[in-house]
Every structure is written in structure tokens, then in C-alpha cells.
Design a protein around this ligand. Sequence first.
Ligand SMILES: Nc1ncnc2c1ncn2[C@@H]1O[C@H](COP(=O)(O)OP(=O)(O)OP(=O)(O)O)[C@@H](O)[C@H]1O
Ligand SMILES: [Mg+2]
Length: 479
Amino acid sequence: MKFWEKIFLCTLVIFEIFFVPSSIYLINSNFKLNLNTEINSGISEQKRFCSFVESNLFLFKIQKESNSYKTELDKQSIDSMISTYLNNFGKQDIYIEVIDNNNKIIFTNLSMNISDKRDELNVQLNKVKYIIRDINEKSYLFITKKINLDNNYYKISYVKDVSSVYKNKKYLLNLLLKLNIFVCIILAAVTIALSKFIVNPINKLIRTTQKIAAGNFSERVKVISDDEVGLLSKNFNDMADVIEDKIGELKMASNDKQRFIDNLAHELRTPLTSIIGYADFLRTTKYDEETFINSLSYIYSEGKRLEKLAFKLMDLIVLRKEDFKKKSENTSELLIEIKNSLQPKLEEKNIHLEISNEDLNLLMDKELIMVMITNFIDNAIKASKIGDKIYLKVYKDSSSNIILEVKDSGIGIPEEDIAKVIEPFFMVDKSRARANNGVGLGLSLCAEIAKIHNARIDIESKVGEGTTIKVIFWRKNIP
Ligand SMILES: Nc1ncnc2c1ncn2[C@@H]1O[C@H](COP(=O)(O)OP(=O)(O)OP(=O)(O)O)[C@@H](O)[C@H]1O
Ligand SMILES: [Mg+2]
């Protein structure tokens, strides 16, 4: 069932429940009131008529006595009295019937046949009894009173046509029916218009959901009103925003994974091609000792590169899966340990590592932080000239975050590559990086380690001037 049909049915049911019974009640009350008025006026007219007959009898008696006749109320006398009465009042829809004690009709101007029992005739003296009868599709009110006229009992029936009261009721019921039909039509028209007005934004919402379901995730609903439907549309748009973002993230993650696999395949192929090439050369060619040693050196160094690649890949996989437990560690001890472990590498290029430290405590996995700093310094050494200086600092910034900083004055990174150096296998100068035994995974590992510590890596670099890498640890990680 459609929404407008539901609204229409509900409104119709409510309308019918309240309007029809209350209208019928009103019509019935009006009918009863009219009928009572007719009955009351009939009873008083009947009374008036009886008094008229009684007073006329008195005159009649005086007249008869003066003529020394026997006093008796005969048909002719009553006839003349009633005709005078009816003429006086000039009523056409009023009938009179006079019946004596033996139920013999003395006078009647009733023209219709009364087929049913005349219960109203069983009336006591000076009492009034009335009944309503349907005769020839008309309704008549019969009011009967028993009176004593000169020691004779008479029942005087006053009959009145009250069809108009019934007709009035019928007319009102008919009017109610017509009004009901008319109101139902108006109600249907109004509810269709109203429901369309209400349902329109819902339909728009449905169309948008269908478009989104078909894959058009940037589709949104126009929020026009601030009612419940408007709120629903707004919430729906918010939900669509979140879904679109999530889908974007998933797409990016999937693209990253694909790029990772492509790069990995490439990075594996390069050393493998060299190894296979030199091995094949040694297998198929006659060579002197120098060529033999050179070829083996290539095979060895490429094999080493493959080994390093395998280890770093393992590290990266472990970092992404394991749940590391962090402890509060002192940074001074950490920096001294790092300097000692890197000393041989630094001496190779006669590089001086200058440490400045605010002696802070930080929540960390010490092994991982050491791997991270080692990678930064390793990169700085590779980028520096013989005899250069590298600075390693740990300090608090103005927002009380702890900053770990590695600064060199080496070759620097081109601006357009700064954001990319963290991507797995990205190397600014591949041949130079390979010559330095690099596989392009060091900074990716650092990024994972920073993520584990809820820290952010910030790189500033200028070609020819040097590079500064900062790891920003949020205040909440400071014990
Ligand atoms: N301090 C730096 N100065 C200049 N270039 C840098 C610096 N640090 C990183 N880079 C550039 O970023 C690239 C990626 O660095 P990353 O540490 O991820 O890989 P890598 O050093 O080449 O190899 P790996 O660290 O896996 O042995 C480097 O190849 C280099 O081109
Ligand atoms: Mg590196």
C-alpha cells in the first residue's frame, strides 16, 4: 500500500468514526425534539378542543332546556361544533374523531383506513394517550382523551399529520450521505496532494540511495526542510560522506598494496637478473681470475641486497601485525646506545654525530625507536659528504610535544619527492641508493614505527642544503 493511500485511509477512518456517528446523533436529537414539539402542541390543541367541546355543550344545554327538549349530545350537534372549530383554526392536516363509550363513531373526518389495533382508545377518564401510525406512507399522531360530557363518556381523538418531521429526518440523513461522499472526495484529493508533498523528499532520498547502491558514491540529497525528513536527509548525507571516505581509504589502501606488490616484483627482479646473468656467464664462458672475482662480487652483493630486502620486508610485516607494549624510557640512554652502535659507520665517512638532549621520558618500544633513529641516521650518512656533521636532538616544543629530530647538510630531497620518500621502494636516485645498498624500505619502516607510537613524521628538505626529519610524539605519550 502506498504512503498516500495509508494517509487517506487513516484520515478517512478517523473522519468516519467521529463525523458520521456524531451527525447521526445530532439528526436523531433534532428529530426527537421536533417530534416532541409536535406531540406537545398536539396534546395542547387536543386539550383546547376538549375545552371547546365542553364549553359548547354548556351553551347547547341552555339552549335545549329553554326549548324543553331532552338533553342529549347527538351526532349533528357535535358535527356542527367540530366544523366550527376546524373552520376557526383553518387546519387541513388535522382530523378529529369522536367515539362514544360503546366505541361507536359519532364523528370523524378521517378519510384513511386504520388497519391496526386502536390501543390509544383504551384510555382512562380525563387522561391522554397518544400513538404514531404510518398510514399510506404518511405518519399520523393520534392523541386520544376520554371526557365526561353530561354523564356520558366520549373519547375524542385528535389526529395530526407529522410526516414532515419524519421527512425532515430522512432529508437530513440523505444530506449526511451526500455530504459524506463529498467530504471523502475532498479528503482523497487533499491527502493525495498532502502525501505527495510529504513523500517527495522521501522519494528523492530513495532515488539517491538507489544511485549510491549503483556505485555513484558522490551522490547526495538536497536538504530543504529542517523537519524529521530534513534531518533524515542530513544524517543520510553524513553517512554517505563517511562511506565515501571509507571507500576512498579502501581504494587507496588497495592501490598502495598493488603498488607495493609491483615495486616488490621489480626490486626482486633486478638483483635476481644480475645474479642469474653472472652465474650464467661463469657457467658458459672462459674467464680469467679477475673476471671470476668480479662476477662473484656482483653475485655476492646482489645476494646481500636480496637478503636485506627479505629482512626489511619481514620487519615491515611484523610491524603491521604485532601489538607492541610500550614502556617509559629515558631518551639520554637511548641516544648514547644509538651513537655507540653507529660509530663504525660514522667513522667510515668521518662524520660527526652531535647529540643534544633534554633528558626526557617517553612511552616507547625501545627496540623499534632505535631501528627508526638508526634508519634516519643511515639515510643522513648516505646523503652526507665525508667530514659532514649530523645532528640528533630530542626536545619539547611549545605545545609540550616531544620532538625527535635528525638533521643533516647532505644532498637534500627535491620538493616534489618529499611526500613520496615514505612510500615503500621509493628512492630519489635509484642507482645511487642501490650503490649504497638501499632497498627503499627504511622510511616505510620508520612510518610504521611512528604509527605504533601515535607519532607523526615531518620532513623538511632542500636540494643541496640538507634534510631535517622530525618525529612528533603527542603530549599524551609522555609519562
Ligand atoms: N636524509 C636524506 N637526504 C637525502 N635523501 C634522503 C634522505 N633520507 C631519505 N632520502 C631519500 O629517500 C629515499 C628513501 O629512503 P629509505 O630510507 O626509505 O630507503 P633507502 O635508504 O634508499 O633504502 P633502505 O633504507 O631500505 O636501505 C632514499 O633512497 C633517498 O633517496
Ligand atoms: Mg634508508
